[in-house]
Design a protein around this ligand. Sequence first.
Ligand code: NAP
Length: 494
Amino acid sequence: MSERPSVAIVGGGFGGVGAAVMLLREGYEDVTVFEKAERIGGVWNANTYPGAACDVPSHLYEYSFAPNRWSRRFAQQPEIRAYLEGVARRFGVLDKIRTGTEVQSARWQEERGRWLLETSAGPYEADLLVPACGQLSVPKMPPIPGLGDFEGPAFHTAEWRHDIDLAGKRVAVIGTGCSAIQTVPAIQPEVAQLDVYQRSPGWTMPKNDYEYSPRQRAFYKRLPALHRLDRARIQAFQNVGAAALTSQRWMLPIFRAVAQRQINSAIADPQLRRKLTPSDEIGCKRIMLTDDWYPALAQPNVEVVTERIEAVTAAGVRDASGVERPADALILATGFASHEFVAPMEIAGSGGRTLAEEWGEVPRAYLGLSVSGFPNMFLLYGPNTNGGTGSVINTLECGIGHVLVALAEMERSRAKRIEVRREAAEDFDRELRAALEKTVWHSGCSNWYVDENGNDPSNWPWLWSTYRRRTSRLDPAAYELSGATTTVAAGALG
Ligand code: NAP
């Protein structure tokens, strides 16, 4: 081991880039980020569909250490990707990132106390492994009969075909989640006919998006405290939202009333209104923020189809009532394989046991970060770190902060191996599952958080401030540090 540990990070999205910056700022120079795509950005590189934008206000959807002068309240995909690239450049981590390099596997070598990565560019060894692969990076293809028979272009929102001109075409969109509600209003004005296939509707709230005026931008520039104040205000509101979805569900009717009002005021047709009004509790599916979804659905060239899809045919989509609607292009806004976490990468820990074997049916990790049997490994945006509200960048910074605390403790105690104790991880998991039971996500709708057996490997059932507090320290009872080394300078972090 060199004087300070080397760190291999898998994934060049907000997690991986943030980890590289924060590690470098603490003096960890030997950091390498592997990104399989040719460009960094993670989901903000992959999701280029028309209308792609953030649904968290930008003043919160940014690193706390890199406030940005955003052009609008909710930034759009190109601006967010450019921001991330700018951060990587500004904080000097661009040369730490190996784009176009996929990590196929990572194996813990007990005798060497290091991770061995097999990458598309050859093997690589590091002391610490930080998978930062995201939860929403593997597009989910729906198991609809005949999907392969469709003769026109069919593509997922996360794999948008920019070579296909949709102008004047008949387009079918399957799915009505966060991606669909952004792309449908963006393409509706140009297509001839848009059939939106809805399996179950989700609740929405007004987004109140707007472009910042030059005056507002100048204001935030001159008075950065205002930017911080706005950030704190959004964070406080998101924390209230998190409480409403988890332990304080008595607040939900207030949110529901706002949501119902949005439908009622945008949709005049009572039949369409009925179709679009969810029957499940607000927040069970992710609450979607939008200003233009309902106005788009009310346009004469749009039909919301609520009949079950029976099959995709060569020329269109046939519903269960036997009606076949022709389509020139088919867009799958059907979400992501959200419970795969590090897949398709294979990670093998102590004794060669893989993470997939360890997890079985339900991925779990202590604070979403550490798995017993997988020393010197910290997952970012790991199991149960997603929230129904809040900014994932906050979560990532908390996780990276935990990695830094762990590294500092390793240096202090001259250890070169850190592993969460199995009993501590199991105690945490029991506490987590009990809290999840009370949340709205388990109230019986279909959402991407909970699997078909009712297991939830996705969500954090407490407040965001709780995650920050719990990750900000290293519980000595939870972790085992071992393998004293003479090569690490004790107390180097002060
Ligand atoms: P999603 O929320 O999982 O929505 C998938 C949609 O496809 C749902 O309407 C689902 O119906 C439908 N669907 C799935 N399989 C189907 C099938 N076999 N037949 C018919 N319909 C099917 O996926 P998403 O819209 O891509 O969003 C996923 C997550 O990504 C979001 O919750 C959010 O966290 C994130 N996201 C964020 C932003 C942002 O602005 N920051 C933008 C986009 C996405 P059911 O509802 O009935 O299951």
